[in-house]
Each structure stands twice: as C-alpha cells, then as structure tokens.
Design a protein around this ligand. Structure first.
Ligand SMILES: [Zn+2]
Length: 254
C-alpha cells in the first residue's frame, strides 16, 4: 500500500502543494551550490549569485538583479525538484520518511547537475548527502517501526556499492570512484522500498546509460572520444525507482 492511498483527498492536495513549494525553494539552494562547483567557487548552499556582478538571482533563477541572463537549465532544475518533492510523499510507505526522501531528492538533483557540469561527484556534496540521508532515513524508519526495511536498506546499499566497486575495477576509467561512492546512497534509499526498487535503480542506470549514450553518438552531440559521466544515469534511475518502482516491478513481473 502506498502512503498516497492513506491521504484523504484534501490532505493529499495539501501535501502535494506544500511539497512543490518546498521543492521550488530548495531548487534555489541547488542552483547556488551547483553554480559554485561549475565556477569552481567556495560552497554556497543558499542564495544563487551572478558570476558577473556577484548579486543574487531573482525568483525566476534566470536573471540577476542587475539583469544578466542565466541558463535555462535553472528553470528545469526548479520544475524537476518541485515535481519530485510533490510526488515523493505518495511513493513512500510512511509520512515519517518524507524528510529523508526529500533530502535524497535534493542531493540526487544536485549531484546530477554537478556531474553533468563538471564530470565529478564531489565529496563536499556526496558526504553531507549520504550522512544526512542515512540519519533521516533511520529516524523515519525507527518511528515508522519498519526495521525490516532498514535492514534491507543497509544490505542494499552495501550490495550496490560492492557491485559498482567490482565493475569499476573491471572497467577501468569508465566508472569513477565517485560513481562507486554514490552507489551506497542510491542503494540505501531504493532498497528501503524493496529489492525490486534496488534492481530497477541498478539495472536501470545501465539501460538509461546505454540508450542515451547511443542517442548522443547518433545525433553527434558526443563523439566516441568524449567521456560521458555515468552518475546522472545512476541518480535518474534511482529517482525513477523511488517514484515508480512498484509499477515497474509489477509490469516486468506480470
Ligand atoms: Zn549579474
């Protein structure tokens, strides 16, 4: 049973609307920190600023107060984050897990953007994402008294980490150490929901990676010599697993 079924329509709408609002506000922080890494500046977790005049971006994230134009990707980040925060409460088994999975979504989006921009998964982002996420998930899981799910989350995170470490050792260069370290966070948050979710996240990252790499090559947006970072496929597949894991597993099994 999903938690969405337990919300009355009025509460459900309130949860979705406040989720979208909190997600949109969080996107300001994501843009600030992603830009800090893109421009190789010190961490900046709040108040996205302009690289040309150092004043803040307005609420659209497209212009600074001096009128300099900023990338359209900022709007995509805001819309995706708002949608994730609105949808996540309906995909998880207990409202106590909402803070943990919002935290997870925040860092999944931030790591995706940073990996696309810099081809790196910085420890400065991954460490607080993993530590904070585990703390919030354990707290939520204990309050919800779902110890089986917590155990599965721990085993799942370790299993995903072990498989990626093995693959990184075999396929030297294609997978970075950042991808390996990232797999623990993704494994924990998908395995908490079920083994099927973990499989969707793990296998899905290679399916997405294969399909999108071929598309990039065919459309000549990338050449064979280009390095295509793998992290964004891992984060995307994990997000899809969290939101639609039940449906994907049911579809695959039946
Ligand atoms: Zn400016």
């Amino acid at each position: 049973m999903t938690v969405g079924a337990e919300f009355s329509p009025v509460v459900g709408i309130a949860v979705a609307v406040s989720g979208a609002a909190i997600g949109a506000v969080s996107a300001r922080s994501i843009v600030a920190e992603a830009d800090a890494h893109r421009w190789d500046r010190p961490d900046r977790w709040w108040g996205p600023e302009c690289d040309r005049c150092d004043c803040e971006l307005d609420w659209t994230l497209l212009r600074c107060t001096d009128g300099h134009r900023h990338r359209t990707a900022n709007v995509v980040i805001a819309v995706v984050t708002a949608a994730l925060f609105a949808g996540i409460p309906f995909a998880i088994p207990s409202p106590w897990l909402i803070p943990a999975y919002w935290w997870f979504a925040y860092f999944a989006v931030l790591l995706t953007v940073t990996d696309i921009d810099t081809k790196l998964i910085p420890n400065r982002i991954l460490l607080p994402g993993t530590v904070g996420g585990v703390i919030l998930l354990v707290a939520g899981g204990v309050i919800a008294r779902d110890f089986e799910a917590l155990l599965r989350a721990g085993v799942g995170g370790a299993a995903y980490l072990a498989v990626m470490l093995l693959l990184a050792l075999i396929a030297r260069g294609a997978l970075g150490l950042g991808d390996v370290k990232l797999s623990f966070l993704l494994g924990v948050f998908t395995a908490y929901l079920g083994w099927g979710h973990l499989l969707v996240a793990g296998i899905g990252s290679f399916v997405l990676g294969g399909v999108i790499s071929i598309l990039l090559l065919v459309t000549r947006r990338a050449s064979r010599k280009d390095f295509i970072p793998f992290g964004p496929f891992m984060t995307s597949a994990a997000i899809l697993a969290v939101l639609f894991g039940d449906a994907i597993v049911t579809w695959y099994a039946g």
